[in-house]
Structure formats: structure tokens, C-alpha cells
Write a protein that binds this ligand. Structure first.
Ligand SMILES: *[C@@H]1O[C@H](CO)[C@@H](O)[C@H](O)[C@H]1NC(C)=O
Length: 350
């Protein structure tokens, strides 16, 4: 094994209003490289899409979760390792490949890919996208302005992109999202680090504490994307009170009837969980479950949660209406084959 360096850096911007808080965990391990890109999957949106006619098909909007940030990687000595990791993990799933695959399967379909940008530092400097709530509203206006989407679209979110797209569904009903497909999304947030299940590792615990102690400060909430879905079951009050993004969309501070109404406009909400996921902890979050409040070992399913029992978000109603679909895939985070995709997800896009 190798050493781990935790670098907490504060990136000061021209205006002094913006401090970028980042946590770089650098180690020789491949999975830590995964964590690096997971943690820093950042705040910039780039749009790419073709402009054919809709052809009677339903457009697809993709929101990716793990971006590549070459400038940042170059700053480390691990550029090659990270690249190798990304090649093995992300290439088959790069939004370009997914877009192409969907276009091949559904001829004439319009696929819009909202991608996490390439240069996290530069784009954080202008300070605009580092707040997930702002990213969501940017995406909302981008979707509203796209004439090809006016009759509706299917949303497909990967990893953190999944919960961000859910926020789009809840906040921005126009244009209408028909199906939301969440692939390895973290709907109840995360409380853990890759390859660090539960409380098992001292090192992971230490890193967790670092994020933990700062995650709910306003500064970190506004500028570290992952802090915005950090869910600490041991500090439930802090989470509910200070989580600017996740606690809001999950109705932790109150019930926003608009969210509830809008989410129920979905025809389907499909959640894919990866059975051997080593990146997301707890993996139950991919099916909207989480750790029971007050401890960090036992988990509960969505159906066991207060959110569901009180139906604060309309999920129980959606379940009853058979709108919720829970799919499991063998493999690690975001690993699936084209056959699996065609068999399990493609039907929801047609
Ligand atoms: C509820 O959500 C809508 C849509 O995002 C928003 O406009 C409204 O301000 C929210 N209401 C409250 C009380 O937060």
C-alpha cells in the first residue's frame, strides 16, 4: 500500500468571495484515483448535442457524474494513473460513447449531453457553477431554451448527475421530464469514502472526519460539490439545517408541495444500483435508502424511511402507481455492458 496525502487547499479568487475548497486524496491506489475524480467531479457544464429533428422519438438529456479535469490531474504526480483509471472506468461510459450508443439504438433521437467540464480550477474561478443549486438552475434554463426539448425528454443521470437531474425534475417541470433514469445516483447522499465501507478503516475515517467537520459550513456547502450531498447520520440536525442542496430536494426542512407535485409528473423513475460498487457508500443510496439516523452501520430502504412513510416527496405514491423501478447491476460503479443497457434501460427511452 502507499502513502496518502490529504491536501486541503483553498483556492482564492479575484473577488475574494469565492473560496474553492477541495480535498485531494492522492495515493498509489487505483481506487483512490477513482475517489479523486469522484470528489472533484466538478462544477462546470458543457453542452454538446446534435441537431437532427426529433423524428417522433423522445430526446434524451444526459448528466454525467465523473468528469475529467486534466489541468488538475497534471498538478499531481499521478496523472498517468488517473488517466489509466479513467480509461478503464470511464471510457465506455464517456458521455460521447453513451450518446453514440443511444443514437445507434434509437435512430433519429436527439441526445443532449450536459457534461461536467474539463477545467475545474478555471471554471471555479468565475465562481458560477460551484454551487449545485446554481448548476441546476443553469441546466433548467438551458433545457427551457432548447426548442427540441419542448415536448419533453427523458433524463439520464450518472452518479452525482442523477441526483442533480432529480432536482431538475422537482424544480423545473417545463419542459417536462418523462422518465428519470438514475445510474448509480446518490439520492440520499453519501457518508463514506470509496473502498472504505462503514467504519472499517482508520485512514478513511480520518478523511471522512476532515470532510465531516467542514461539510456543513456555508463556505464548503457552496463550493464543494460533494459536500452538497454529504449526509451525516450522526449529525442529523446539522445535515437537515445546513445541507443546501440535498436536504432541500429531499424535503428535510419542510415539505415543498411543488417538489412533490413535480416529481410525480414523471412517468418512470428508474434507479440502478451497482452490486459491487466500491465508490459509493452506502450503496443503498442508489435505491434511495440510507443509514438509519443516529448511527453509521445499519441501513434502511426507501420504503422504511420517514421520507417514504410520510410520503414527503411523493415517492410512496409513485411506488403505488408502479412508477418506481429498482434495477440492480452486477459490477462496480457505473460498470455495465451494452447488452445490459439495451435490455434494461433502453426500453425506458423508447
Ligand atoms: C418550492 O419549490 C419551488 C420550485 O423550486 C420554489 O420556487 C419555491 O420557492 C419552493 N418553496 C419553498 C417554500 O421553499
Amino acid at each position: 500500500m502507499s502513502f496518502i496525502i490529504i491536501v486541503l487547499y483553498f483556492f482564492e479568487c479575484k473577488t475574494f468571495q469565492l473560496l474553492q475548497f477541495g480535498l485531494l486524496v492522492v495515493s498509489g491506489s487505483r481506487m483512490t484515483a477513482a475517489f479523486l475524480s469522484f470528489l472533484l467531479a466538478g462544477p462546470v457544464l458543457l453542452a454538446a448535442g446534435s441537431h437532427d429533428s426529433n423524428n417522433g422519438t423522445t430526446p434524451v438529456v444526459l448528466w454525467h457524474g465523473m468528469g475529467e479535469h486534466p489541468s488538475l490531474y497534471r498538478a499531481t504526480h499521478y496523472v498517468q494513473r488517473v488517466r489509466e483509471f479513467c480509461d478503464s472506468c470511464c471510457n465506455p461510459l464517456s458521455m460521447g460513447a453513451i450518446k453514440k450508443m443511444i443514437e445507434e439504438e434509437i435512430s433519429g433521437v436527439y441526445v443532449l449531453s450536459l457534461m461536467i467540464g474539463k477545467n475545474v480550477i478555471e471554471d471555479t474561478e468565475n465562481g458560477f457553477f460551484s454551487d449545485v443549486n446554481e448548476q441546476v438552475s443553469m441546466v433548467c434554463s438551458q433545457l427551457a431554451q432548447d426548442p427540441k426539448l419542448k415536448d419533453g425528454y427523458n433524463g439520464m443521470g450518472f452518479s452525482q448527475g442523477a441526483q442533480f437531474l432529480r432536482a431538475v425534475a422537482q424544480r423545473c417541470p417545463s419542459p417536462p421530464m418523462k422518465a428519470l433514469i438514475s445510474i448509480g445516483g446518490q439520492h440520499q447522499g453519501v457518508y463514506g469514502l470509496p473502498r472504505c465501507p462503514g467504519e472499517s478503516s482508520h485512514i478513511c475515517d480520518m478523511i471522512r472526519k476532515a470532510l465531516n467537520s467542514g461539510a456543513y459550513t456555508d463556505l464548503v456547502q457552496k463550493h464543494l460539490v460533494q459536500a452538497q450531498y454529504w449526509h451525516d447520520p450522526l449529525n442529523d440536525n446539522l445535515y437537515k439545517k445546513h445541507s443546501l442542496f440535498l436536504a432541500d430536494i429531499n424535503q428535510e426542512r419542510g415539505v415543498n408541495e411543488t417538489y412533490k407535485k413535480n416529481l410525480q409528473l414523471l412517468e418512470k423513475f428508474v434507479m440502478v444500483k451497482f452490486l459491487q460498487d466500491t465508490v459509493v457508500d452506502p450503496v443503498d443510496t442508489e435505491w434511495f435508502g440510507f443509514l438509519k439516523t443516529g448511527q453509521a452501520k445499519e441501513t434502511e430502504t426507501l420504503q422504511e424511511s420517514v421520507l417514504y412513510k410520510e410520503d414527503r416527496l411523493g415517492l410512496a405514491a409513485m411506488d403505488k402507481a408502479k412508477k418506481l423501478v429498482f434495477l440492480a447491476s452486477e459490477g462496480d460503479h457505473l460498470q455495465f455492458t451494452r447488452d445490459w443497457f439495451n435490455k434494461n434501460l433502453l426500453p425506458y427511452l423508447r
